[in-house]
Design a protein. Structure first.
Length: 179
């Protein structure tokens, strides 16, 4: 049986979760139980308003296709958590690999972290600012200085040109409280 680097990465991630009782191993969605301070019953945050993804843009740019089943998620944060600042954010990705911005490689992309973003365009390059944080060198985690209060976070995978894939590979939008 031939192993591609992506298959090896996915296999390594599955083995790392094996036997540890992690919700991802059991095919469950993260509920936040057992992952830090949680409010009693935290309702999921309203999802961001995102334009419908188009395979080809009006400019003629053909968006990079995401493999079926590709998934982006937060490894160490859950909706409703209370955390201190700086906030460590670890990005999880399955079904795809990570490549730096500017590198065109099938089945890869790079991370963008959306902080307090309620609306964005899935058919345009993601802007680079305090709300749209780019990790174009292929980083898979960061440390954020956030003011006390509630903040929303969402991960979006971008292609070599910072344009979301088609279909869009994004995490759920979560709300955290910084104490």
């Amino acid at each position: 049986m031939s192993h591609t680097p992506l298959a090896i990465t996915v296999l390594a991630a599955a083995l790392a979760l094996a036997g540890c009782g992690h919700p991802m191993q059991r095919g469950e969605h993260h509920t936040g139980k057992g992952y830090g301070a949680m409010s009693p019953e935290t309702a999921p945050p309203a999802q961001a308003k995102v334009t419908a993804s188009m395979p080809t843009l009006s400019s003629g740019y053909k968006k990079v296709e995401a493999p079926a089943g590709a998934r982006l998620y937060f490894v160490n944060l859950r909706n409703g958590m209370t955390v201190g600042s700086p906030v460590k954010v670890v990005f999880g990705l399955s079904g795809m690999g990570v490549a730096p911005a500017g590198i065109e490689k099938v089945g890869t992309g790079h991370h963008h972290l959306l902080v307090n973003v309620s609306e964005w365009d899935a058919n345009a390059p993601l802007p680079a600012n305090e709300q749209f944080r780019h990790f174009g060198a292929g980083q898979t985690e960061t440390s954020l200085e956030l003011k006390p209060g509630q903040h929303t976070l969402q991960l979006v995978l971008g292609d070599q040109n910072h344009i979301p894939h088609h279909p869009v590979v994004m995490s759920e939008r979560i709300t955290i409280t910084v104490k």
